[in-house]
Design a protein around this ligand. Sequence first.
Ligand code: CAA
Length: 380
Amino acid sequence: MEFQLNEDQQMLRDMVRQFVEKEAKPTVAERDEQAIWPGALVKQMGELGLLGVAVSEEYGGAGLDYISYAIVIEELSRVDASLGVIASVNNSLVCYGIEKYGSEEQKRELLTSLAAGRTLGAFSLSEPGAGSDAAAQRTTAVRDGDSYVINGVKNWVTNGDHADTIILMTMTDPSKGVKGITAFLVDTREPGCRVVKVENKLGIRSAHSSQMAYDDFRVPASRRLGEEGQGFKIAMTILNAGRIGIAAQALGIAQGAYEEALAYTKVREQFGKPIHEFQAVGFTLADMATRIKAARLLTYDAAWRKDQHLDYVKDAAMAKVFASETAMWTATKAVQLHGSNGYSKEYPVERYFRDAKITEIYEGTSEIQRLVISREITRD
Ligand code: CAA
């Protein structure tokens, strides 16, 4: 059993760290404040191979393992959690889904450009009435000759307003429930697909989440992902991998908040000494470091299991729930250790605090992760 990164993984970590420190950090506060989409940074991430980390080189990816993918998302999120989720959605919700379920033609036509960052992807499952109950899909797709006609409204589509390709879940046969759900690869430039609104959010404000509508939107049958009725299984399988990405995002947020708290408590003096010398502060830092280490081990372990082709449903859910709750706890404590300064936009901890919250919600709430884990451990 190995507990250290190999040389390539360490080099990758250093490369991503350098990139975000130099290119993203100077603008992260302003982009957050004004909810500015980081178009130039997304382009750079594509050029650096960060948008198709685990996609095979044959299809335009970097051909690395899932631990490397987790490292990339963690490092991006340590500085900018918005970049973390933009990359995570493209990597694990879109590229992974197409590589696993797409036809050869779909891979050649869509995956090669998505993995190389020439185009951007989004994943669209949630609807106003289908959040945790993902099977309650109301968006319909009706077969008409060689195509399907899609009608419905989707929300919380991360990357939606900038995406070229969307993996879209629809209902093709409502009488079959979850077995009536079908996935499509949608080209957003085609008529009938529109952005209704971009949400005004608490955190990850530079990553856009949109409500999108489909009005008599026509998609060729050749752009169906998998078989009719296979959509729910595809969505769940994609989300298993996505949850490793969100665990890594949460880990990066926790690490960033912890580093800020550590640095601050060393320079901030009260009662004649740096505040980290007070036991209450020192113990809080100790708990942060311990929880972050545990979250990292869980996240890398889930990624390792995926790399080894072992079952990782439970492990990804464990990593996601633990890392996201670690991020929220660590960021809350980091604000507390900053006192009033932590409540000010002059210091980055308030942003980590706002960014952390979503990791407990999207790609399956903490409650859904516990449901998944409890089902897995009580099976048979
Ligand atoms: N992996 C693989 N297959 C799975 C699965 C998983 N994690 N969970 C369920 N399935 C399969 C089941 O095996 C079953 O298939 P079979 O009948 O062939 O065995 C089928 O799916 C139906 O399963 P359930 O009966 O368990 O379905 P359910 O209706 O009870 O729902 C649920 C299960 C776990 C609650 C699921 O609805 C869920 O995960 N909900 C959360 C949804 C979610 O994560 N949304 C995130 C939105 S995307 C997002 O946030 C993206 C973004 O932009 C950042």
